[in-house]
Design a protein around this ligand. Structure first.
Ligand SMILES: Nc1ncnc2c1ncn2[C@@H]1O[C@H](COP(=O)(O)OP(=O)(O)OP(=O)(O)O)[C@@H](O)[C@H]1O
Ligand SMILES: [Mg+2]
Length: 1108
């Protein structure tokens, strides 16, 4: 449910000054102060928002606040700038009324901040979308750019706007922003060349020097040190809480978002730098022969750098600072400038450069933010113009600024009154005239076309002859002397003759906001705003994209001899346009008030605020608002708020709201003169009446609260009771159910027990009966069976007897018949039948034998020893022959699978078996070892490369053997190579050939019968190899070596077969000696290894371990 609130809820003081009671300046001030102390910086006067500058950030601008105020009625919540922004935006969107937000107040009162708050609120609540967001962002980001170039620190405000700004934000029919147009008013350009004490030049100069990178500064020929520049005031260059460097980055970023190109930004910065350089140009006098003084530039370095930045020719500019050309009636006269004139020209150029740059920036931003769609737009204008200013020393600028504020005040008065009047007419209420101060008379003093101050100034500026500020003041003294708001010492009005607060060179105007003393010095010059044509032409010639545009009057082809309009008249014209523009729109006012002069939070200076509320005419505003009726409210919310005060309207009123309010007022007996009924609103004349209504409402609310509380408590107790009752019933029901259930269970189980006993008894009884019955039946059956058995056996015996007799008869008959037949056929049978029966029987037996053999054949493995048993002894021979044939056949099949290599291997193995089987004990262990041939891999081993190349033939066997030393029987490792032609022994480590024995030189080989690997190579006596004697060697592959040696002998046709001598004792020829090698079964001490020992000169004993 939506909570209906009102401005009247939780008020600190009064939120709307119209309700102030009693209304006096003091109570007004007191109320403001009270609210300010409670951080309530906003207060209403009807629909006008008074904003006090808090000088600190308050948590009242959060997105939550935006949501709170969104789409709420103006008086629904406590006063806030968002309420005004929301009201303006909604009536623009929903009622199609163009709006303007007029923000006024003196310098530092918070106008610029207020305008930004309004814009940010509108941006937050209006439509969304990529394009819309871009527009919003551009509109919002135009602020930092303009503030950098147009704001400066003054004694009153660290971020004082030194230009007037009016921004039209354009929306489409849905209320989405489309774009905007910014108008700027009179930049205070004198600040560029001179700043009052305690003030600064425009922010951008300081931002550039603090924030730009070294590289940028170098490009701009600038130095970071402020003190290097004459145009920058040093005493207040650094401002507390202002980070120029960071702001510079913000501004550059904002320029980028707004749509400035990189080269445009660069051009802008070049111009800013050029202004700074310009300030550093100094002049010195130089006497001429005619006695007059001519100015010369002291140090041309700055001029040179400036010309480089602007792309102008140095000589052109130098000349423009020394001469002035006046053109009149097709005649050109050139006069020299003295030093003062040169400085004047320099400063005029600087001011013009800067102010034109500023105007260009505004135009450029407008180009970016301009609405694209050409449809009709709804417009919300936000005016943030410089506030009313009273300085110690007020000049032309203050005069212009204050004039603008006069105009705004006037439009405020006019529109407020008009609005009030319109509302009364709209609501059909009689209008009563209201007395107020109308400042139209002051506006007239300034802007009157005939005798207004601006017109006088223009006249003076255009007049031929000597024109000075004094002549201007004289003129004012004569023409405006009688005016009640004009004061001057020398005027004809004698009452000021002795007024010493009025110096002779000043005049004073009684503005609506107070008296301001203006010093006339500079009025004429500033109004003329003269820039020597030589300078504008020099600027036009510059080779710089931006400068050329800024000085179009310097174009020599378009020389215009007419004077340009004066600054005053330009301003008056633009203010006129602005006022006309504002009058077409629905105004919304924000009146900013500055609480103190110290820019400090929490300080409320009574006198200062009192002064502002006086000149802002706030009291009058309240009076105007209250003159008729102090308070008004549409009927619906009024009835909603006070309906509880009358029984007829409480709690619901079914009829129209107005009638409800009428009933209510009648019931409450509010005097008829205290209120009036409008068409849609009720108007309450006196705040007192409203407050008494409020008081009654408060009282009633308390009563209502008590009533609600009472009813609620009753309801709560009853609910509690009913709940308890209901619970009790439930509990009782459950308990009863439980008790019955338990009882039932007991009965049920008892019944079951009784039932089971009964059933048991019945069953046992039945069982007994059945058993007895069964026994009887069994007895009968047994008796019957016995009887039938007896019967059957008797019958069987009878039948058997009968059958035996029949069989005996048949046998006797058969025998008798057989006997008869045999007797009869004996003579034929004996001759043939015996042989046939025999053959048949034999044939049958053989057939059965072969078929049986076929089905029980053994496997094809040659080692399978199985063979089926023979069935008859007479088949013995056939059976063993068939077994042999089958074995041979399957061996043949098995051999048929062999490859050539495998065949060779088996042949070798076969040969080994032929040589050694049952002859040497070592043989048995060699059977399972394959013959590898090459155990050394001499061809792969790089160590034996030499050996490999020394042996020409294919190596059949390569192994490491031990060559037994004949002296001690110890072995030395040798590589043993066997080829088809020779046996080679080589060193194992080096591969060097130690001996090579051609096979023909080999007579025999001796080996023992035992399991050792010793073998002796016996050489033929007389052969070449025999010189060194026989070789006694030992090898693990003895069987393979000897077999291979033997095979070579058998396969080679040209060679004798090598004899293999197998015995445990043989002779070996060592050089001259013959030594006997004897093999004995080894003693256990030898362990498992074979040992060889020299026993004596003639005996070498080899002990071989006993084989198990
Ligand atoms: N609502 C606010 N909340 C917090 N601080 C504020 C608020 N309004 C103003 N200020 C502070 O006051 C300073 C001056 O405000 P602002 O620049 O808006 O004044 P101004 O009325 O525009 O003055 P001028 O006429 O010189 O431009 C701001 O810089 C800010 O510090
Ligand atoms: Mg401002």
């Amino acid at each position: 449910m939506e909570v209906k609130t009102s401005l009247l809820d939780n008020m600190i003081g009064v939120g709307d000054m119209v309700l102030l009671e009693p209304l006096s300046e003091d109570s007004f001030l007191e109320n403001l102060k009270n609210r300010f102390d409670h951080n309530e910086i906003y207060t209403y006067i009807g629909s006008v928002v008074i904003s006090m500058n808090p000088y600190r950030s308050l948590p009242i601008y959060t997105p939550d606040k935006v949501e709170e105020y969104r789409n709420r009625n103006f008086y629904e919540l406590s006063p806030h700038i968002y309420a005004l922004a929301d009201e303006a935006y909604r009536s623009l969107r929903d009622q199609d009324k163009d709006q303007c937000i007029l923000i006024t107040g003196e310098s530092g009162a918070g106008k610029t901040e207020a305008s930004k708050l309004v814009m940010s609120y509108v941006a937050a609540v209006c439509g969304r979308g990529q394009e819309v967001n871009k527009v919003k962002e551009q509109l919002l980001q135009s602020n930092p750019v303009l503030e950098a170039f147009g704001n400066a620190k003054t004694v009153r405000n660290d971020n004082s706007s030194r230009f007037g700004k009016y921004m039209d934000i354009e929306f489409d029919f849905k209320g989405d922003p489309l774009g905007g147009v910014i108008s700027n008013y009179l930049l205070e350009k004198s600040r560029v060349v001179k700043q009052p004490r305690g003030e600064r030049n425009f922010h951008v100069f300081y931002q550039l020097l603090s924030g730009a990178s070294d590289d940028t500064l170098k490009k701009l020929k600038l130095d970071r040190d402020f003190s290097k520049y004459n145009y920058l005031s040093l005493d207040s260059a650094a401002v507390n809480g202002l980070d120029d460097a960071a702001n510079f980055r913000t501004v550059r970023n904002a320029m980028q978002i707004v749509g400035f190109m990189e080269d445009e930004v660069q051009s802008v910065l070049e111009l800013v730098a050029a202004v700074l350089k310009l300030g550093n140009i100094e002049f010195k006098p130089e006497s001429r022969c005619n006695g007059s003084d001519e100015s010369r530039i002291k140090d041309k370095n700055d001029l040179k750098e400036m010309c480089e930045l602007l792309g102008t020719e140095q000589s052109v500019l130098e000349r423009a600072f020394s001469y002035r050309t006046v053109e009149a009636k097709m005649e050109k006269v050139s006069t020299t400038l003295n030093v003062a004139q040169a400085y004047y020209a320099r400063d005029a150029l600087a001011k013009n450069l800067y102010s034109r740059l500023f105007s260009w920036l505004v135009t450029r931003i407008n180009e970016s933010i301009k609405a694209q769609a050409k449809t009709r737009h709804k417009v919300m204008g936000v005016l943030d113009i410089y506030g009313f200013e009273i300085f110690e020393d007020n000049s032309f600028e203050q005069f212009i600024i204050n004039y603008c504020n006069e105009k705004l005040q006037q439009i405020f008065i006019e529109l407020t009154l008009r609005e009030e009047q319109e509302e009364y007419i709209r609501e059909g209420i009689e209008w009563t005239n209201i007395e107020y101060f109308n400042n139209a008379v002051i506006c007239d003093l300034i802007e009157n076309n005939q005798n207004g101050i601006l017109a006088m100034l223009d006249e003076e500026c255009l007049r031929p002859g000597t024109v000075t500020d004094e002549t201007f003041l004289d003129k004012l003294n004569t023409i405006c002397a009688e005016h009640q708001h004009f004061e001057s010492r020398l005027s004809k009005n004698s009452k000021f003759l002795t007024d010493h607060s009025l110096p002779h060179n000043c005049f004073r105007i009684q503005h609506y906001a107070g008296k301001v003393l203006y010093r006339v010095e500079g009025f004429v010059d500033k109004n003329n705003d003269l820039l020597y044509r030589d300078l504008s032409q020099a600027m036009f010639k510059a080779n710089h994209s931006l400068i050329k545009q800024l000085f179009p009057e310097g174009n020599p082809t378009k020389v215009n001899l007419k004077r340009p309009p004066t600054a005053g008249s330009q301003f008056r014209a633009s203010v006129g346009t602005l006022m006309r523009n504002l009058q077409t729109k629905n105004p919304n006012y924000i009146r900013c008030i500055k609480p103190n002069d110290k820019k400090a939070s929490h300080i409320f200076t009574d006198s200062l605020v009192r002064h502002q509320l006086r000149y802002l005419g706030l009291m009058e505003n309240v009076r105007v608002r209250r003159a008729g009726y102090a308070f008004r409210q549409p009927y619906e919310p009024c009835l909603e708020r006070y309906k509880m005060l009358c029984k007829k309207t409480w709690p619901h009123w079914r009829g129209p709201a107005r009638e409800g309010v009428e009933v209510l007022m009648a019931d409450l007996q509010v005097p008829a003169e205290e209120f009036s009924y409008g068409r849609s609103k009720i108007f309450i004349r006196n705040p007192r009446t409203l407050f008494s209504l409020e008081e009654r409402r408060r009282q009633c609310l308390q009563d209502l609260a008590t009533l609600i509380q009472k009813i609620y408590r009753g309801w709560k107790c009853r609910r509690q009771f009913l709940l308890l009752k209901k619970s009790q019933i439930v509990v009782a029901a459950w308990y009863r159910r439980y008790a019955q259930q338990k009882k039932y269970q007991q009965i049920k189980s008892a019944t079951t027990v009784v039932q089971s006993y009964t059933r048991g008894w019945q069953a046992r009884k039945l069982l007994r009966e059945l058993k007895h019955q069964k026994k009887c039946e069994e007895a009968v059956t047994t008796i019957a069976a016995f009887w039938h058995g007896t019967q059957a056996r008797r019958e069987l015996r009878k039948l058997k007897e009968e059958a035996r007799r029949k069989h005996a008869v048949a046998v006797i008959w058969a025998y008798w018949q057989g006997l008869k037949v045999r007797r009869e056929y004996r003579k034929f049978f004996r001759a043939n039948a015996g042989k046939k029966i025999y053959d048949f029987t034999i044939q049958r037996i053989m057939q059965k034998y072969f078929l049986g053999l076929k089905s029980s054949m053994p496997s094809m493995s040659p080692v399978d020893k199985n063979w089926p048993a023979r069935p008859y002894r007479f088949l013995d021979g056939v059976h063993s022959e068939l077994r042999r044939i089958f074995h041979l056949w399957r061996c043949k099949k098995y051999r048929g699978q062999f490859t050539e290599e495998k065949k060779a291997v088996y042949e070798e193995k076969l040969e080994a078996s032929e040589i050694f089987k049952d002859k040497k004990a070592l043989y048995a262990s060699s059977v399972s070892q394959p013959f590898k041939g090459d155990y050394v891999e001499i061809s792969k081993n790089p160590k034996y490369q030499k050996l490999n190349s020394a042996v020409v033939e294919k190596v059949l066997l390569a192994d490491v053997v031990n060559k037994i030393n004949r002296a001690n029987g110890k072995g030395t490792a040798r590589i043993f190579l066997l080829t088809k032609k020779s046996v080679v022994l080589a060193d194992q480590k080096t591969g060097q050939v130690k001996a090579s024995v051609p096979l023909p030189d080999l007579s025999s080989v001796s080996v023992s019968t035992q399991s050792d690997g010793f073998f002796a190579l016996r050489l033929k006596e007389g052969s070449a190899s025999a010189v060194k004697g026989d070789f006694l060697l030992s090898s693990e592959h003895l069987i393979e070596i000897i077999t291979k040696l033997h095979r070579i002998g058998t396969t080679a046709a040209d060679r004798d077969q090598i004899n293999i001598d197998i015995s445990d004792e043989f002779l070996v020829q060592f050089k001259q000696d013959k030594v006997c090698v004897k093999f004995i079964q080894g003693a256990p001490k030898n362990g498992n290894s074979v040992s060889c020992k020299r026993k004596n000169n003639r005996l070498l004993e080899v002990s071989v371990p006993t084989t198990a």
